[in-house]
Design a binder for this molecule. Sequence first.
Ligand SMILES: Cc1cc2nc3c(=O)[nH]c(=O)nc-3n(C[C@H](O)[C@H](O)[C@H](O)COP(=O)(O)OP(=O)(O)OC[C@H]3O[C@@H](n4cnc5c(N)ncnc54)[C@H](O)[C@@H]3O)c2cc1C
Length: 301
Amino acid sequence: MKEGLVREARRLFGEDIAENEPLAKHCSFRIGGPARLFLRARQLSILKESLVFSRDNSLPFFVLGRGTNVLVPDVGLEGIVICLGAGAVQFAGETIFAEAGASLERVAKTAAEEGFTGMEFCAGIPGSVGGAVIMNAGAHGECIGSLTREVFGFEPSGAEMQFPQEKLRFGYRKSSLREFPGVVTAVTFALRKEDARTVKEKMQRFLAVRRKAQPVRAQCAGSVFKNPPGDSAGRLIELAGCKGMRRGGAIVSRKHANFIINRGGASYSNVKGLIEAVRERVRKAHGVELELEIIDLGDKS
Ligand SMILES: Cc1cc2nc3c(=O)[nH]c(=O)nc-3n(C[C@H](O)[C@H](O)[C@H](O)COP(=O)(O)OP(=O)(O)OC[C@H]3O[C@@H](n4cnc5c(N)ncnc54)[C@H](O)[C@@H]3O)c2cc1C
């Protein structure tokens, strides 16, 4: 990247832009090299300006939510990584409007406190609202897509976009928004009124189930593989004898076989090596080809 471009970025974005920012700091796996440029876009106007800046300079951009579903390569990412600031949350009747940078869990907790049901399953899902609609985050048989009524965003040109419900498609850990080349800026969710105590108790129950089954405090990115139809990836991986397998600092969790944990110092290639080793064992043991759920940002294919 030309020095003049970096200077221009500094002029435009001041202290909100960083050079060679280690992405490991911004991802729950704690793995990944530097972003050539890293912008914390605290306001929509800055986000818009950054999109125009990258378009005008043919600079690729990547939007990072809370980095809880990505595996970043050790060489880092070229171009500009844009991270949204914490977002606002507003209630209007039985809908919640949440900015994309807001924590999904916080939105769910606020909904519970206000006596709205629908988001209890989000308890313990550690991403942002934007990341959740892109990935169609879900748990306990429910998913964010079924609550989503409208999505707001910016095109790569900085132009505003709106996606009403009928233009959105959600599937198992995917949404039509994955094809959208721009940035999600806000989402409207439809909920229903319910006694606040009942909602909070349901969230507590969901959290307890999660804590019992998953290594919730570990450095990881949640479930590595999607569940194959009618089965559980964790079950197949465990039966194939993969629990405890390691490559460098990366290990297949002994608590939940579908989690790979960075025990400290794990590299991108350690995790990739483990992913391939697990796939191979599951293929041999069960004849099933596991599909990645996490987003591998080092995969050029
Ligand atoms: C301990 C743990 C438990 C988890 N449990 C679950 C679970 O139960 N269910 C589940 O579904 N997931 C789970 N996850 C995975 C993860 O939390 C979710 O997928 C989450 O929704 C990702 O949000 P994020 O903000 O971290 O997205 P990121 O990981 O930052 O990004 C994911 C993708 O979304 C894109 N993106 C993010 N924000 C935007 C935006 N504003 N505009 C455009 N693109 C954007 C990114 O470019 C990337 O492609 C878990 C993760 C961990 C670490």
